[in-house]
Write a new protein. Structure first.
Length: 107
């Protein structure tokens, strides 16, 4: 099989899987979704997933953990958030600090 055919097969399997997960979600009884524990879990899971994704993208390089300019950018973003800066300022601070550290480090 060609690479193009493999890609379309993967897309098709993913689409069917997504549809199946959506169907599974729709088949959950409403009473179960109204429980306080389920509501708390539903509120916390997106935050945990975003934190994990941020940590992986910041400190992960292949199969290794690395502390580099991205960590400085994340720290700058955290400080901007603590100062209650607008979102664009937070992003700009992270970008500028990351670029500055990379420029000083020569990489």
């Amino acid at each position: 099989m060609t690479s193009s055919a493999d890609t379309w097969i993967a897309i098709g399997i993913t689409a069917v899987g997504c549809y199946g997960v959506k169907l599974l979600g729709l088949s959950v009884p409403a009473g179960l979704l109204e429980r306080p524990a389920v509501k708390r879990l539903a509120a916390l899971v997106p935050t945990a997933l975003l934190a994990a994704l941020t940590a992986l993208q910041t400190f992960g390089t292949g199969r290794h953990l690395t502390v580099d300019a991205r960590a400085a950018g994340l720290a700058a973003a955290a400080v901007a958030l603590l100062l209650r800066a607008p979102f664009l300022v937070v992003v700009a601070a992270a970008v500028l600090v990351t670029a500055a550290v990379r420029a000083m480090a020569g990489g």
